[in-house]
Write a protein that binds this ligand. Structure first.
Ligand SMILES: Nc1ncnc2c1ncn2[C@@H]1O[C@H](COP(=O)(O)OP(=O)(O)O)[C@@H](O)[C@H]1O
Ligand SMILES: [Mg+2]
Length: 286
């Protein structure tokens, strides 16, 4: 495997039993905030001595964290979760990770190669910061482990990409594991980074996609010039983990906000004028 990212060295150093230990800690995190040291041999099906040796290694590689109060326990650090996801994806077709191409609000995005084709790897990071805030306030259940929050975001994004694939211009989902979604590379570049020659045509293309998604029962709910890719062939909408269905109690509010975001950008940047209500009506097929 040919990896260029910052933790490539860590990935290469990890041995089979390191992975088993990590998997054991991950399993334990479903029930514990800090997985008790004495439980890890059972979770990872390794001998006590082996686990102690592995834990020292994993701590050194900074893929797990350890506490000694109120008892000795471990949990996975985000780098460790990255390693588990990469381990699985590598077995299934991922052969390279290249440049980091984006750091979004709640993700880190890399280029990669999967089954000999270029792909995008999106590492979800949702929950990482809020997790700290939450634990400071109260001792929460294990559902608040950021790995599970980020995992849910990735699952939602994967679900949206798969569902919308035939009807909406969005990346194709190539694979998905834990908090990582592997998807096709959107052609062109973000609307925010370019000035298009034919704004009315591009605006029509975007609204067409919003309408198709709505017809299919989906509202993006984070639509912005950063989440729309434009190319001479048309548009592609990315960044779907925050979608809601058209039955969601906030559906109307979120749809109106999406439409407003897009109309505002085209108005400010290109002077395009559209009637908000009419556009919403068009999207809803009224
Ligand atoms: N499929 C894709 N093709 C090309 N670039 C992408 C793709 N997905 C994400 N990116 C890049 O990564 C950035 C962050 O990804 P995004 O899905 O928007 O996540 P966030 O929720 O963090 O904003 C995007 O603004 C874009 O530059
Ligand atoms: Mg985005």
């Amino acid at each position: 495997m040919f990896i260029l990212m910052f933790n490539s060295a860590v990935f290469k150093k990890l041995e089979k039993k390191d992975f088993r230990t990590l998997l054991g800690i991950e399993a334990g995190m479903k029930s514990y905030q800090w997985v008790p040291l004495e439980m890890i041999p059972a979770f990872s099906k390794l001998r006590d001595k082996e686990v102690l040796y592995r834990i020292d290694r994993l701590l050194e590689l900074e893929v797990i964290k350890k506490t000694i109060v109120p008892y000795e326990g471990c949990k996975i650090y985000f780098k460790g979760y990255d390693m588990l996801a990469l381990g699985m994806l590598t077995r299934r077709g991922l052969s390279a990770i290249g440049e980091r191409i984006g750091v979004g609000k709640e993700s880190v995005v890399y280029e990669g190669i999967y089954d000999d084709a270029p792909v995008i790897l999106k590492f979800h990071r949702a929950g990482q910061t809020s997790f700290k805030q939450v634990t400071r306030q109260r001792d929460t259940g294990t559902r608040d482990h950021w790995i599970f929050i980020a995992g849910r975001a990735a699952w939602r994004e994967h679900e949206a990409l798969v569902a919308l694939h035939d009807s909406v211009a969005a990346p194709r989902c190539v694979d998905y594991n834990r908090h990582v979604v592997v998807m096709s590379v959107a052609p062109g570049c973000e609307l925010s980074k370019t000035t298009v020659d034919d704004p009315e045509w591009f605006l029509d293309r975007i609204l067409e996609q919003v309408r198709k998604a709505y017809e299919f029962g989906f509202i993006h709910s984070d639509l912005s010039e950063y989440n729309v890719f434009v190319s001479p062939d048309g548009v592609e909408i990315i960044d779907w983990p925050g979608y809601v269905t058209t039955k969601h109690p906030q559906a109307d509010y979120l749809l109106n906000r999406d439409v407003k975001n897009i109309l505002t950008i085209f108005n400010r940047k290109y002077g395009a004028v559209r009637d908000h209500e009419k556009v919403v009506g068009y999207v809803k097929g009224l």
